[in-house]
Ligand binder design. Structure first.
Ligand SMILES: [Zn+2]
Length: 271
């Protein structure tokens, strides 16, 4: 126990010793300020006296140096612990999930020259995303690399294209879908009326129970079908052209590939 303690603290003892003899060495020079003496002491370091000084001032310097080193090592250790902890925390994220969000375009962009996927290299300062660097690895290897546009500019451009292209479609689509929906609503009304008429017929003995049941089932089936269609239309309307911001989901929905060069977007292949 005592041995372990001693072993652990020997380095600090060494620093204590160094501080002590260096302090004595500095103080053996007289005149000038501390900086002058320090300078002199360093220049003539070979003249340093190697046995420890017992002058309180030198002992104090040794002691302070040892404490200082201990503190530095302690805070470094704490830092290392924190790094290990934060790594563990990061590992708790799902596999494949990145700590920093890449551009929503990251997996859709290809090199117009060679057709290879453009890499979106993320650089961070450990806390936050600093930049995303676009390059074609293939062209880089062939030393034919072009300076590609900034990802923000690409995103802006794609956003505008998608909005222009699918926004007009949306109004058209809404009109069409509304008309269709009205049609199905009317159909459902008619079916309901038919059901009531057939029920009257059955009640007054004009048709048999079996016939009525068959008609009833047919009507019910059509009703359900129409209801499903209306629901599908509602969903389609909700989804249609909902482009308020550029997300990966939006890009995925409309775009298959975007070909770019140094000049910008060359062409887009839609879904
Ligand atoms: Zn390329």
């Amino acid at each position: 126990m005592k041995k372990a303690f001693l072993k652990k603290n020997i380095p600090y003892l060494a620093f204590f010793y160094l501080g002590d003899i260096f302090s004595h060495h500095i103080n053996s020079y007289v005149g000038g300020d501390l900086i002058d003496r320090l300078f002199q002491a360093v220049i003539e370091i070979e003249t340093i006296r190697l046995y420890p000084s017992l002058v309180p001032k030198d002992l104090l310097v040794g002691f302070i140096l040892a404490i200082l080193i201990k503190f530095i090592i302690y805070s470094k250790g704490k830092n290392a612990n924190n790094i290990i902890k934060s790594r563990k925390r990061n590992k708790m994220f799902k596999w494949g999930e990145r700590k920093y969000e890449n551009s929503p375009l990251a997996t859709f962009v290809r090199c117009n020259k060679c057709g290879y996927k453009i890499r979106f290299g993320i650089s961070s300062n450990g806390k936050e995303l600093v930049s995303i660097n676009l390059y074609c690895y293939h062209c880089r290897m062939l030393e034919q690399e072009e300076k590609l546009p900034h990802h923000k500019e690409l995103e802006k451009e794609v956003f505008k294209i998608l909005k222009d292209k699918f926004h007009t479609d949306k109004t058209e689509k809404k009109k069409l879908l509304d008309e269709q929906k009205e049609l199905y609503d009317k159909k459902n009304d008619q079916l309901l009326k038919k059901k009531m008429i057939e029920f009257e017929n059955y009640k007054f003995g004009k048709i048999s129970r079996e016939d009525f049941m068959e008609i009833k089932n047919q009507i019910q089936e059509s009703e359900e079908e129409n209801k499903e269609r209306i629901e599908a239309i509602d969903e389609e309307l909700k989804q249609a052209g909902n482009i308020d911001s550029l997300t990966k989901e939006i890009v995925e929905k409309y775009i298959d590939r975007i070909y770019i060069s140094g000049k910008g977007i060359e062409r887009i292949e839609y879904q």
